[in-house]
Design a protein around this ligand. Sequence first.
Ligand code: DAK
Length: 260
Amino acid sequence: MQYQILQIAIENGIAVVTISREKALNALNRQTMDELRHFFSETASSIEGLKGVVLTGAGEKAFVAGADITEFQGLSPEQGQALAQRGQDLFFLIEKFSKPVVAAVNGFALGGGCELAMSCHLRIAGEKARFGQPEVNLGLIPGYGGTQRLIQYIGKTKATELLMTADMLGAEEALRLGLVNSVVPAGEEVGKAVELIEKIATKAPVAISKIIETVNAYFAEEVDGFAYEVAAFGQCCATEDFKEGAAAFVEKRKAAFTGK
Ligand code: DAK
């Protein structure tokens, strides 16, 4: 696929993916959603030695200011439902991606933008970042998982308030509530996200992918997370990296993980 909106820079095994529709505050139009889907389902897995992905928005003002409002006027209930399902499927794809995906939130993360950030495994906020689900202003509710993931991150009480009032959260409050992992000065979001992925990449890759799976299992209703953990633990025991990690500890040296 020839990407028109995503700018992808790969350095030292880390893909920095920038959503570049700065004039529309990086709003998620169909093309952007299609490119994100293609990136996570095709391109990312073909990147040799991929350590993780950083998602960010172009410019200083917005991460993503929501779904592109100009595109969803006049949708029938059936079309709306189908689009919401398609969007949710994409965000599940990101949430289940086997390598860490970190959102570097450099400004407004509203509606679909907040939902996109919440589908990433970790979130670094710039001090100017603002988070919110303003769909009720448009006569809508979030359709890309926002009602569910916001509760998962910050709890029912505050999530319900934000979903009903469309109020925005600043970066520090988002940190206090547990929506983001850390707050950095504006302009340092991507650097901090890269640093975090570099740190995670020093650990055993299969174990990291099993952390992603087991954390997701907690929220998957049809899955017993504890049973999932037991099975995933057993799978880790079968890896060469487990032998290497344990041997390195005993031999008082740094482990050299291979991802096998
Ligand atoms: N879509 C399209 N264009 C957008 C946009 C958006 N979400 N947000 C901003 N823009 C455009 C503005 O129209 C403006 O374009 P021009 O007038 O220059 O052509 C440009 O970006 C700059 O925006 P502003 O001039 O408004 O900038 P300000 O600094 O004054 O305000 C703002 C920044 C972020 C507070 C404001 O732009 C704003 O309130 N934006 C809208 C935020 C919002 O309501 N986002 C949508 C949330 S609802 C669905 C599934 C999911 C969804 C919908 C449907 N289906 C399955 C059907 C999800 C919906 C949402 O995300």
